[in-house]
Design a protein around this ligand. Sequence first.
Ligand code: ADP
Ligand code: MG
Length: 246
Amino acid sequence: MEEILSVKNIRKSYGDITVLDDVSLNVSTGEVVVIVGPSGCGKSTFLRCLNGLEEIQEGQVILDGKVIDTEKDDLFSIRERIGMVFQSYELFPHLSVMQNLLLAPVKVKKRNKKEAEAQAQELLERVGLLSKKDSFPRQLSGGQKQRVAIIRALMMHPEILLLDEITAALDPEMVREVLEVVLDLAKEGRTMIIVTHELAFARAVADRMIFIDGGKIVEEGTPEEFFDDPKTDRLKRFLHSFLYED
Ligand code: ADP
Ligand code: MG
């Protein structure tokens, strides 16, 4: 399959502290890569390096054959092409759901309002929230807000979607409704890089699993290899930490 994103030997440090050390990853169009790893291992930093939210000290991020240059490139256009959804939904509280969805496409990108509204309606319908289009974020549950945040990213027609622990702040009963949306996007052939602690979901959605520890990719493989036959002690220990028995 065609390669859409290629990360070559990136190093990221904050001052003297190296947070990502020689990380490489190739992602094909339509592929779903799931990243897991202990807290503080560099997962969020990695995603942020991909769409120009962080400068890297060494290495390259190549999007569709072109090296991203955080100094020279238009980072807004990079972030449209590589959309990102975070743990905190970051919806504008004073805008309705529909206004939140239209803000970037219509106000910033000057897209045709009717056309963008039609797209927003269709996406809202798809995630079961059309009836909430005129509600404000405070009137929505966490799971509903996160579904709006996902489709807000889709409004920009991103080539790749980065999801950073998007269910981590949700009550357990709302996790599923958000993950269902992501599974649906995977079925539709979306290219995604997902950071999550929901291992059952990871197994269901991933084409490839990656384990990061201490700023390095320690192990990767198909979900079957990764979960059923982990090779490194570090991954074994990490997976074990999710179990209750000892
Ligand atoms: P994860 O998402 O895997 O929990 P992060 O990517 O958020 O980890 O963080 C990786 C490491 O980088 C942590 O040790 C964190 O303290 C450090 N870090 C993250 N952001 C900054 C920053 N802006 N300045 C300094 N250190 C940071
Ligand atoms: Mg993180």
